[in-house]
Design a binder for this molecule. Sequence first.
Ligand SMILES: CC(=O)SCCNC(=O)CCNC(=O)[C@H](O)C(C)(C)COP(=O)(O)OP(=O)(O)OC[C@H]1O[C@@H](n2cnc3c(N)ncnc32)[C@H](O)[C@@H]1OP(=O)(O)O
Ligand SMILES: O=CC(=O)O
Ligand SMILES: [Mg+2]
Length: 539
Amino acid sequence: MNAVIKQPAPRPDAQIALPTDVPTDLLGPEAQAFLVDLHAAFEGERQVRLRARQHRQRGFDAGDVPDFRADTRSIRESAWRVASLPAALRDRRVEITGPVDPKMVINALNSGANCYMADFEDSTSPTWDNLLTGQRALRDAIKGTLEFTAPAGKRYALKPEGQRAVLIVRPRGWHLDEKHVRIDDAPMSGALFDAGLFAFHNAHALVAKDRGPYFYLPKLESMEEAQLWEDALSHIERSLGLPAGQIKVTVLIETLPAVFEMDEILYALRRRIVGLNCGRWDYIFSYIKTFRRHRDRVLPERGQVTMTQPFLKAYSELLIQTCHRRGAHAMGGMAAQIPIAGDAAANDAAMARVRADKLREVTAGHDGTWVAHPALIPLAKQIFDERMRGPHQHAMTRDDVLVDRDDLIAPSIGTITRAGFDGNVEVCVRYIAAWLDGNGCVPIHHMMEDAATAEIARAQLWQWIHYADDGHAPLHLDDGTAIDTALLDRVLLCLPSKLAGQDIPGAARVHEAIAMLESLTLRDTLEDFLTLPAYARLD
Ligand SMILES: CC(=O)SCCNC(=O)CCNC(=O)[C@H](O)C(C)(C)COP(=O)(O)OP(=O)(O)OC[C@H]1O[C@@H](n2cnc3c(N)ncnc32)[C@H](O)[C@@H]1OP(=O)(O)O
Ligand SMILES: O=CC(=O)O
Ligand SMILES: [Mg+2]
């Protein structure tokens, strides 16, 4: 019944190296010592966990499929519940998400949403400047002093405390390093840098407001990775003198392996977890990554992979059932449509899709949802207000849901069109260009694109083109065109002239992005995350 608990011995003698002009208000000697201690205690186990991911993927590449674990059956089958939810996180019907620059932070906190997920992950390009500016903005927001003046002169200030959204911070995932902080000549974990520095500066101010550091934890793949977070957060609580369990977390279930360990993840974090979230975009990416070598599970083009595809419906319903059995929130996810200015018909169509998505979520039993843009808050709020009378829907236990392994990995039906292929190429190139330019979330053809949505496009291109590996016949578009490197090259060749003259984020880096996408798509193995090679080019 007990999850694996490892507590590596801290190494107080470790040495830290930082950029020379490091700001002392954020990274003074005490903060540095705090980060060194965190790294010394948990870096070893982080590397173990990352190697375990590789090991498991080798099995999937050889034909294995994910399944529920035999060794944790007792966790799934016994009765237990997570700790009671803090008052500030009881009603989370609408959460706005977004990157951490000062303007976004003010707009999001003032937006009228119940919570704001301040994102160091999918929607932030982790330049050193973005990270420090974000940490400072959050610290000043908690103090109540954050202000911002836009270049054109518009001034931004926070609303009074009681009218602000509750802050939840999403640190980076376990796979990402923070290369600007080297400890014993190795990069620190980006996750521990983001979460640790935030807690170091803000935990006591938050406790004084009867809150605490609240985190969204991304891209977990197993119960052991959840346990690593549990150990690290307990360590932070002890180091900062916080009561045990003061730090609260919500875990994104956004990898295929993790959906088979939802009870186990809740259990590992049961003293502090508040809920799980359907991170649908990374989940789709993870499905493609996991089944990269399974020709019977190739997904149709991105636009056809909606939440009504059987494998996604099964995932969201099992998540709701699992959470409600354990007393945790089952948060919905993000519809990628954003408002379209200057085209009323197109805007109405986009809003109708958001409305349908939120309606599906509240009807299925979700306890809240995400929006990417402040203009979507009234729409999401109205739908949840009308159908969710109390602060949540835990009473909706969804005992009718009978989901098994095969439902969670069911193949999907659909096509790959010319527009779908070209769209994937354009999204990847434009997103990589923006990311390299320091912008982690951009509108492309009126859709929100971030690291998760772009990764679907990137992984699909790799999988479709490598379908023909080992002498297999290639996949074809619905018009009969073979999907091969020649097709990719033709589309890439046309892209610079198609994009020329458009005012797009990262325009100056389009050629670099094209080269990067080509290399990522043609290499023999699927790179785990595009942000890994891209990060080497950042700053
Ligand atoms: C898969 C996942 O991980 S989902 C979670 C990660 N993704 C996100 O969080 C997406 C966040 N959303 C965004 O970054 C933005 O909405 C974008 C990039 C998609 C579009 O942004 P823009 O092009 O600036 O939109 P637009 O011009 O319509 O914005 C209007 C105003 O709303 C503000 N705004 C837009 N989105 C947000 C947001 N998420 N939070 C706070 N303010 C926002 C803009 O700053 C702008 O403010 P201003 O009028 O004071 O200048
Ligand atoms: O983080 C959210 C997702 O959908 O991915
Ligand atoms: Mg994600």
